[in-house]
Write a new protein. Sequence first.
Length: 214
Amino acid sequence: MAKATQLLHPDAVVYVFRHGHAAKSENGDAGDFGRALSDKGIKQAKQLGRTIAAAGIVFDQVICSAAGRAQETASLAAKHFKLNPDHGWFVGENWELYSPKSQADNAALWAATNELERLFNDGLAASAMSYSTFKKLDKTGFMDRFMKQTRRLVGAMQLSEAKNVAIFNHAVMGNAVAEALFPQHAAVLGKIELAPCDCIRATATTCQHIPLMT
């Protein structure tokens, strides 16, 4: 069995949140990065913050994907929950927590994404966001390279004192971020599908899907 990464505090609890409902891109794949939250997504993000606050969670670190909709979700939610002032807020740049860095890997990712959507529309896949199916479509190893990028990013942040970590990310890429940090939970993560503002709660020994929106 793979061991947990040592990039985090040994008692760290990592919450990976998917962004709220977002408007569709008008420019195909190229416009995905800049997609904004819809009115529904804005309401979801605010409710997510209230849900976190009601649970009494105080985050030591908030990490956010470079993509606009993830940043918007984090910012709206953070108006309601508490953040330890001794730690920080990190917002990615360019590819960070959004997609693989190289253009070739990015192209392969989108090819897999489009193929999964086609399979779903043709009734050949159970879901358009199945992480396990998505990884099966990865013939070039772009997902492994994305997870290595994630480990390097988190490693550079020196989170040895952060016990509660929030990461605002995307659907299947959120699963990949969780697997990058906790590879021992790969089998569980393969079965989790994140709806808007849903959450993966992971520690060195546990991994749960926590639906927060209805």
